[in-house]
Design a protein around this ligand. Sequence first.
Ligand SMILES: *Cc1c(COP(=O)(O)O)cnc(C)c1O
Length: 411
Amino acid sequence: MERDNYDIPELIELEKKRQQETINLIPSENFVSRAVLEALGSCLVNKYAEGYPGKRYYQGNEVIDEIENLTIERAKKLFNTPHANVQPYSGSPANQAVYMACCSLGDTVMGMDLSAGGHLTHGSAVSFSGKYYASVFYGVAEETQRLDYEEIAKIAEKEKPRLIWCGATAYPRFFDWSEFNKIARSVGAYLAADISHYAGLVAGGAYPSPVDWVDIVTTTTHKTLRGPRGAIILVTDQGLQKDPDLAKKIQKSVFPGLQGGPHENAIAAIAVCLAEASTDEFKEYAKQVVINSAVLAEELKKNGFNLVSGGTDNHLILIDLRNKNILGKEAAVALEKAGIICNANSIPFDPNPPARPSAIRLGTPAVTTRGMKEAEMKVIAGLINSALEKEADLSAAKNEVLRLISRFPLK
Ligand SMILES: *Cc1c(COP(=O)(O)O)cnc(C)c1O
């Protein structure tokens, strides 16, 4: 493509067209409202506000303080916690602040293995979390591909972690937060739930909230929660560690521990998304995300696809493609040619290396925002099936995708 003369405005238009004309099944993506975009692109981007409301290192923060306080109040109310920090730049820095607040360098920490669906920041050797802390992992049971709480308890008992993470980036089932609570209590660990993927479902009542079971909840704001790129750290009053200073330690870890000036335009956009997420309309949305995911999973199974753990309880699905004789990456590339966007992903105990994983990961948050329902999920399952057949006619599939998507314009 000849784009030598294109500057940013033209490239943004091209990206807008790409988003308009594809079916987005990436479970960590979504489409924000016009109001969220407007807050992000506002004059708030011009302001420095190092510190916290009422305690800033710069003058001129009277309005900014009101904005950040409003965001904090909305976060506390929506998730029902006594403390919220809305300054983390994104999910990874939020998790970093949790380590800094709860652990000393070199402490043992426990999280879900990357290959079982965990996140890089839950102890992976390639991330700060595995480099600066002694990470140990739990996975899923080989047969059921689900969490095995007895096994997790055994690992915790043996390793005595200082901090335990629950939550994942590619686990299609519920987390039983109460089981993690028992485990953390029995070994005296801090317990943190990372609900980055589930936050919108939790807010909408479509996924169990961890708030009654953990010390800390972290979440990104840009996945199912449908806000700007950013993150929130919530501190509960569960007090598993009987640490009355935990909230204070989190505050200090975010600023000045890890960050400088907060992105107040993003914080305002988070306030907008939190207001949206507290409406009945959003509850309907969250419910529909899960219904759509269940229908998509059933239809895929009818087409002979094997799903990790046999199905889904939430917004995401992992297709184990080994019986289809195609690798995850090849499948994701073929689907992209057909106008369906997803990502390759490992399966638990993947016989293939991480660079050539056996699965693709799909999710319904973005298509549900566009207004799609059960009927469209059936069509999409059929499109995925035909696009992944041998000698598939991908341009014919792309035409069908365009026909479907044109009925669901982006607002
Ligand atoms: C997405 C995600 C993160 C990290 O978020 P970034 O904003 O990409 O840094 C952390 N934890 C989990 C479980 C996630 O899914």
